[in-house]
Design a binder for this molecule. Structure first.
Ligand code: ZN
Length: 398
């Protein structure tokens, strides 16, 4: 069974490439998945160069001029020497090298070019980090970025945030129900509305309904009850809103298709990472009841369609329970096709795994459900005693 450990460029710079790769190789992992393009964050890093690491939006390589010269969006510069010699250092240890790229989550680009970010039903652009997958400039950027990462000579390009993202307000003292928050996160930019209209959806009615219902909740109406499902959303907001939400999958499917082709042209392979499992279980490892594969439509992800276009998928199996991991992987394989490569991303420590036994049980469950690989997230975020659980998990699935 294939495997890898996610690592950040700050891990490699802080502890040194040799030491980090030796550790990962020592766990028995088959590869390392290095963050080639990442978003800004402030992370507790238990064994890093500093214990609190500030990351910036940026690409950790020199963007090839021929790919970006005609484009309005270019990746902010990160640590451009990160990949120098990295492939050779991996090869010396028999490790595969994967390039992990965050695509449409970039507040630096969004603040510089607000028109490429999502616009809510009230007409506001309040999510500078969220570039809209329907905007032509964001799409051109994504394709160029994918080519650039593939050209680093990586075995695969792991694509994160190559779809719509949910609303992430930092503070809200209005009790928004899951459906309220979902509608608040829908993009109604000109490009999204045009694409929906082209598919026969009354986009303006959908926008008005969202604004009317959300306006009521912001004005004191009780929030929506219950999780987001198509049936519940139809009952709450009407068929036009549901049709609008579903039309978003055409935007994402066509973008992912272009990106997958570009990566293939450059001699690498796209791994599409679907954030749905992360959205559901990120905070506490207790995901909401619906399986990730059944809820991914909410982010514009049509797994059945993507199954024909994308060679590999990464499922964020952020859950404490091994049975849940198995259920999520099984549902995913049924959606994308049993012959697709589906990788289970596991967190070896808090908040998902409190012991080696629990991690081992989840690796075993992923394999039994049909996963082709397990990946561990992430080297620099987990204390060493937690990382030391990985060898037992890999021994179980070898
Ligand atoms: Zn949009």
């Amino acid at each position: 069974m294939d495997s890898s450990v996610f690592a950040f460029v700050e891990d490699l710079r802080g502890e040194g490439v040799e030491r980090v790769l030796d550790k990962i190789s020592g766990y028995g992992a088959a590869g390392v998945t290095v963050g080639a393009v990442h978003h800004a964050a402030r992370d507790v890093t238990p064994h890093g160069l500093s214990r609190l690491t500030v990351r910036h939006d940026g690409a950790h390589f020199t963007p090839p001029g021929d790919l970006f010269s005609g484009l309005r969006l270019r990746p902010p510069a990160g640590h451009q020497d990160t990949f120098d010699g990295l492939r050779e250092a991996c090869a010396e240890r028999g490790l595969r090298l994967h390039g992990w790229a965050v695509f449409l989550r970039n507040a630096t680009l969004g603040r510089a070019h607000p028109d490429v970010t999502v616009r809510d039903c009230f007409g506001d652009r309040g999510s500078p980090a969220d570039l809209c997958p329907a905007h032509p400039d964001a799409r051109a950027y994504a394709v160029a970025l994918a080519r650039a990462v593939a050209r680093l000579g990586v075995d695969s390009v792991v694509a994160e945030a190559l779809h719509f993202r949910p609303l992430r307000a930092e503070r809200s003292f209005v009790p928004l129900g899951p459906m309220d928050a979902y509608m608040f996160g829908l993009c109604f930019c000109d490009y999204c509305m045009r694409r929906a209209a082209d598919l026969g959806v009354d986009a303006e009615v959908a926008r008005e309904e969202c604004a009317r219902i959300l306006g009521g909740v912001l004005g004191g109406d009780p929030p929506a009850q219950g999780e987001v499902t198509r049936a519940a959303l139809t009952a709450y907001a009407g068929p036009d809103v549901v049709a609008y939400a579903r039309a978003r999958s055409e935007t994402v499917t066509t973008l992912v298709s272009e990106v997958a082709s570009a990566v293939g042209d450059e001699g690498s392979k796209l791994v599409f990472a679907d954030s749905t499992g992360g959205v559901k279980g990120y905070r506490d490892g207790l995901p909401t009841p619906g399986l990730a594969a059944h809820d991914s439509w909410q982010l514009g992800i049509d797994l059945v369609a993507l199954g024909d276009l994308v060679p590999a998928f990464a499922v964020l199996a952020y859950a404490r329970d091994a049975a849940r991991v198995a259920d999520d992987l099984g549902a995913y394989l049924r959606s994308v096709g049993k012959d697709r490569e589906v990788r289970a991303v596991l967190r070896p420590g808090y908040p998902d795994s409190d012991s080696t036994d629990r991690l081992v049980a989840k690796a075993r469950a992923a394999k039994a459900a049909g996963a082709a690989a397990v990946d561990f997230y992430a080297y620099g975020l987990m204390p060493h005693p937690v990382l030391d659980r990985i060898p037992a998990a890999l021994a179980e699935v070898r």
